[in-house]
Design a protein around this ligand. Structure first.
Ligand code: GLU
Ligand code: ZN
Length: 494
């Protein structure tokens, strides 16, 4: 089964709880989840909440709620526990402090007293001289007197990791062999002056302690990988880590105008998709296509199919383009695949307050059950259900001026009068008979069915677009349909 590693696979999903969950984060979670399942491995869910200024409890709760809504499960992490608990980094501070101290004791990290102004000035000078502009190693080997002098000035140091003077090469699972030369990977901070450990330390330390075998994450983190590999080597020397994990960097996701999709772009907000009524399986299916595909001719598939087929080596390193239209089309296909009972249940939120404009007591379950199958074949997202069925539950059809102007032309009143007459004597147990009635009315006025039915539709439903008209009329019933045509005629006469 396993083609990547013979040791049991352990992957992690480790977001920071800042802001609202976004689609890039979901794509990363999905690929890790699918990879773990495919290899019958373990998915560790870890919360990287060491940045007290940016992390929030609200965001943490939202993250968990979103992952549960999407249908993800994890083997270790919040709510499920596990052998490496706790899984919230804010509860693991002692561990990082201890490791930072060990790294310093072993000479693999050191105190750096440089002020931001000094760092900036030296960086600018290096740039001007055409030299590498990263940290210059100023505090690598300070004498005891220099340290004393800095302390006397009241400076508090950060802790910096000492990068080895060597080229780092690794084989990325997505993009193949990558090489980083030392001048491009300078010594870097791992603990702030106030003692707070940084992502650069806590992330690889936890990957090591949690025995992560594969790190699958976004391309934006590629530049931190050579640093982490060097830190890993130090942790192995200290007996803290066992092995360097494999790394795979997932491609960027591009949005409008071929710009990187940012957390701040509205179309990247997961909540938006949820509110619009995307199905989790539809959204995940689409997100899986951002860098991967099941087969050239198959865009629509289940998560089980994805899991069975998912190989990290099949991920395409080129940027993926986020295409909302395609996302909607795939979601629509998943709506069609639901059984009708499931469909009606999933629509429930949009048939109630705050979305539904009708009074709760005007909702009619039998009419809803009758109309649901017609809606299921037409919606792209579930939230569209409200407008599509409101004509059944509102006392008057929705007012939509644009639809009215578009449908009500000269002669529409004559057409409506004839249609009313024919509908009055039609067989109301058959949508086909109602269609014949409107067709016949159209013929009387030299109109094809499409032109003849438009004013009828707007008179009865309020809108030019909606569910199949004659089924809609049949479900609404004769009395209400005729009353609405009368009301439209009165409005036209006025
Ligand atoms: N907490 C990091 C982030 O959300 C995790 C990065 C990683 O996967 O290493 O960006
Ligand atoms: Zn320094």
């Amino acid at each position: 089964m396993s083609s990547v590693a013979s040791a049991p696979v352990r992957v992690r999903f480790c977001p920071s709880p800042t802001g609202n969950p976004h689609v890039g984060l979901v794509r990363t979670a999905l690929f890790n989840w699918a990879f773990a399942k495919h290899h019958q491995g373990t998915l560790v869910f870890r919360i990287e909440d060491t940045d007290a200024a940016r992390d929030s409890e609200e965001s943490y709760n939202q993250l968990l709620d979103s992952l549960r809504w999407l249908g993800f499960d994890w083997d270790e992490g919040p709510e499920v526990g596990g052998p490496h608990a706790p899984y919230r980094q804010s509860q693991r501070m002692d561990i990082y402090k201890d490791v930072a101290q060990k790294l310093q004791d072993a000479g693999r990290a050191y105190h750096c007293y440089c002020s931001t102004a000094e760092l900036d000035a030296r960086r600018d000078a290096a740039r001007a001289a055409g030299k590498p502009s990263g940290y210059d190693g100023h505090c690598r080997d300070l004498s005891a007197e220099q340290v004393e002098a800095y302390r006397a000035e009241g400076r508090t140091p950060i802790v910096r990791f000492r990068m080895p003077d060597e080229t780092i090469t690794f084989t990325d699972l997505v993009r193949g062999e990558l090489t980083f030369t030392p001048e491009n990977v300078p010594d870097y901070g791992i603990v702030r002056a106030n003692g707070a450990p940084l992502y650069t330390l806590v992330n690889p330390v936890d990957d090591a302690l949690m025995e992560i075998t594969h790190v699958l994450r976004g391309e934006d983190l590629l530049s931190s990988t050579p640093r982490q590999i060097a830190l890993y080597k130090a942790l192995i020397d200290l007996g803290i880590a066992k092995e360097i994990p494999s790394f795979g960097h997932l491609p960027y996701v591009m949005g409008e105008g071929n710009k990187k999709l940012s957390k701040r772009d509205p179309e990247s907000s997961l909540n938006l998709y949820r509110e619009r009524g995307f199905l989790p399986e539809g959204l995940l299916n689409y997100l899986s296509l951002l860098g991967w595909s099941l087969a050239a001719d198959r865009d629509v598939f289940s998560m089980d199919e994805m899991v069975a087929a998912f190989e990290i080596s099949d991920v395409n390193p080129n940027p993926a383009r986020f295409d909302l239209k395609k996302c909607e089309a795939i979601n629509a296909d998943h709506i069609r695949l639901l059984d009708v009972k499931d469909f009606t249940e999933r629509c429930a939120p949009w048939l109630q307050a705050p979305f539904a404009p009708w009074a709760p007591e005007d909702f009619d379950e039998a009419k809803w059950q009758a109309v649901a199958p017609h809606a299921q074949t037409r919606l792209k997202v579930l939230s569209e259900i409200t407008d599509n069925v409101d004509f059944l539950f509102l006392a008057e059809p929705a007012e939509d001026e644009a639809s009215w102007t578009k449908a009500m032309k000269e002669g529409s009143d004559a057409l409506l009068r004839t249609a009313r007459e024919k509908l009055e004597s039609a067989d109301w147990t058959s949508a086909e008979a109602l269609k014949e009635a409107v067709l016949a009315a159209g013929e009387t006025h030299g109109l094809k069915l499409g032109k003849a039915q438009a004013p009828v539709r707007v008179a009865v439903t309020g809108r030019t677009i909606g569910l199949p008209l004659f089924e809609s009329l049949e479900i609404l019933g004769k009395e209400k349909t005729l009353a609405r045509i009368d009301a439209a005629l009165a409005k036209l006469a006025a």
